[in-house]
Design a protein around this ligand. Structure first.
Ligand code: ADP
Ligand code: MG
Length: 264
């Protein structure tokens, strides 16, 4: 929900970033206030995952210019762990498997780190068990998944539900969900999307990175951004997503070519 007086959580200004000495982001501007849901769309290779990894502090990705201000502070000065404790959550496009680490224990450690970040007390195993049993209902996940190693042998849909369970436990301030809808059948998509809707609050914001309109039929974004060539080329409301479904992304090439001619 858009409210002009809500706290400005994230302010990205003219952000340039590279990976392996390859410039990927070429001037991203984005402002996100509390209570808002933003969708970032765009073709493969446009820089969407790069932006999310930069926000999470992935060590392989470097900011070369511009700024990222999170709740009034320079985000780039924080380690990935500090960012997580401060309420930034990244749901990965490809969630990693961690053999040998129990999902329950992993979730407990992560939740407690975040609770300390919020100035709350850590939960012991018993209290955490109660909390996780409550939150697991949001994603309709079978509790046996807690006893298994993190994501090991989980199907694509189960991994994504596990990501949303993590989000439910961490109560992030800024959640970035990178293609949480990819590889999901329609039932899993509904569960995940409804879970995200339940987790949206007036004090937090959600960024959905997605290729498809179908997720946005369940989660209504306040803003839709189209990314191309490492920039946000266009921003609109929810209707922009519907329009993109119809017209595709061919116009992007023309606009991008014009922009690049102009800049060189
Ligand atoms: P999207 O998520 O929009 O599909 P990405 O951010 O994953 O796009 O990728 C943007 C561009 O950056 C692509 O051309 C991709 O090949 C390149 N890229 C991403 N990560 C790396 C990497 N680790 N090494 C080299 N190039 C990369
Ligand atoms: Mg991606």
């Amino acid at each position: 929900m858009i409210s002009p007086d809500a706290e400005l959580l994230l302010e990205i200004t003219d952000l340039h970033a590279q990976v392996e000495n390859q410039p990927i982001l070429k001037g991203v501007n984005l402002r996100i206030r509390a209570g808002e849901i933003h969708a970032i769309m765009g073709r493969n290779g446009s820089g969407k995952s790069t932006l999310s990894k930069i926000l999470a502090g992935h060590p392989a990705y470097t900011v070369t210019d511009g700024s990222i201000i999170y709740r009034g502070n320079d985000l780039t000065q924080l380690s990935p762990e500090e960012r997580a404790r401060a309420g930034i959550f990244l749901g990965f496009q490809y969630p990693i498997e961690i053999p040998g680490v129990s999902n329950l224990e992993f979730l407990r450690v992560a939740t407690n780190a975040r609770r300390l970040g919020k100035g709350e007390e850590e939960l012991d195993t018993f209290d955490f068990e109660d909390l996780v049993q409550e939150k697991i209902k949001i994603v309709q996940m079978d509790p046996t998944f807690l006893e298994r190693s993190v994501n090991e042998g989980f199907s694509g849909g189960e991994k994504k539900r596990n990501e949303i369970l993590q989000m439910a436990l961490l109560e992030p301030v800024l959640s970035i969900l990178d293609e949480t809808d990819s590889g999901l059948d329609i039932d899993a998509l509904r569960i995940v999307a409804k879970g995200v809707n339940q987790l949206a609050t007036a004090d937090s914001a959600i960024v959905l990175i997605t290729h498809y309109q179908r997720l946005l039929e369940i989660i209504t974004p306040d803003y839709v951004h189209v990314m191309a060539g490492g920039r946000i080329l266009r921003t609109g409301g929810n209707l922009l997503a519907l329009e993109l479904e119809k017209i595709g992304y061919d116009w992007v090439d023309k606009e991008l070519a014009a922009l690049e001619t102009f800049q060189t």
